[in-house]
Design a protein around this ligand. Structure first.
Ligand SMILES: C[S@@+](CC[C@H](N)C(=O)[O-])C[C@H]1O[C@@H](n2cnc3c(N)ncnc32)[C@H](O)[C@@H]1O
Length: 312
């Protein structure tokens, strides 16, 4: 067969599950994403045409930071200009995958946050939140302040047509936990004493995953806590939606997405990591449960005064 007549290269997932559909592809996400099937509206749930480029509801990307980390395969020590170019390339590919109502979250430290924000804005996406993931087990550093945060950048294609499930992620307000403010208990049913989380994220289960942590996957010092992905996925997608992670790592995104009934695509450069992700996804989450959203209680100050009850 001449080259011109050759069939387009089909992409085979290295691992897959059904109910809900989950596929892991091994390779550089810049090679894999263009080969994903094109999303065909109205296509049956099963089969490649029902999902893919143009149909992804939510992307969560936690790329290599270019900090010379010892990843299984990936060289995490590019020249700075090459790393920035790499960043723009995968961002553009991800944007092409988003459904019109889709959102993208990027987890990124200080050194590349500005470039990513500017690039996404240039590409016409709208910033909804610039959140901070704050952790208190940073590396000791001298001659400057210790790093204790990563940026969680939340962008969408259309700010007037996006999924945001407030009721899935409410948490006790400071008015309820600290200030004994009775007005918060007179709010509409289901929201009494609660509000949406603030844009700095910390608290129980929110620390960096350490070696002795129950959640920790072997050989993964970059694993993100399940509760972080729980918040993003519950808020920005619905059951049955399609979630994608171009840098799957230890598999947190697909593990949480699968637990919460979302379809998912994970891409990982290392075949060994991908295999470990698959085992993790099959075993399910350690901390979170589908029908029982984690409630975060993170007051900074001790309670002042007694708790009033509704109607007071
Ligand atoms: C920061 S880690 C992701 C951690 C992940 N969020 C978790 O919770 O485990 C980045 C991962 O991306 C993978 N990776 C690096 N470059 C890649 C590329 N171009 N395409 C796909 N995966 C890549 C690395 O092997 C590593 O496992």
């Amino acid at each position: 067969m001449s080259k011109a007549n050759a069939k387009p290269q089909t992409l085979k997932p290295a691992h897959k599950l059904s109910n809900p559909e989950m596929r892991i592809y091994v390779g550089d996400c810049r090679d894999v994403i263009p080969k994903l099937p094109e999303y065909a509206k109205g296509a049956p749930e099963k089969g490649a045409a029902g999902w893919g480029r143009g149909g992804v509801d939510l992307i969560f990307a936690d790329p290599p930071f270019n900090w010379n980390r010892a990843y299984d395969q990936w060289d995490d020590n590019m020249h700075r200009e090459d790393y920035v170019e790499f960043t723009y390339q995968w961002l553009d590919l991800c944007i092409n995958c988003l459904a019109p109502r889709g959102s993208i979250w990027v987890n990124i430290p200080d050194d590349t946050a500005a470039e990513i924000v500017m690039h996404l804005k240039k590409r016409g996406l709208t910033m909804i939140n610039w959140c901070i993931w704050h952790y208190r087990f940073g590396q000791n550093i001298r001659h400057r302040f210790i790093s204790s945060k990563v940026h969680a950048l939340y962008f969408c294609k259309d700010p007037f047509n996006r999924t945001f499930n407030e009721e899935e992620i409410l948490e006790p307000s400071d008015r309820a936990t600290t200030y004994a403010d009775k007005r918060t208990f007179n709010k509409k049913e289901g929201t009494q004493g609660k509000r949406l989380p603030m844009d700095v994220w910390y608290g129980k289960w929110w620390g960096r995953i350490q070696g002795n942590n129950k959640e920790r996957r072997p050989a993964h010092d970059n694993q993100i806590p399940e509760v972080y992905l729980e918040r993003v996925i519950r808020a920005c997608s619905n059951e049955g939606d399609l979630v994608m992670d171009p840098f799957l790592g230890s598999g947190t995104t697909c593990t949480v997405a699968h637990e919460l009934g979302r379809k998912s695509i994970g891409i990982e450069y290392s075949a060994q990591n991908a295999k470990s992700c698959f085992e993790r996804i099959k075993n399910g989450c350690i901390r979170i449960e589908k029908d029982n959203p984690t409630v975060h209680v993170n007051p900074l100050f001790v309670r002042r005064g007694a708790t009033p009850s509704a109607g007071e």
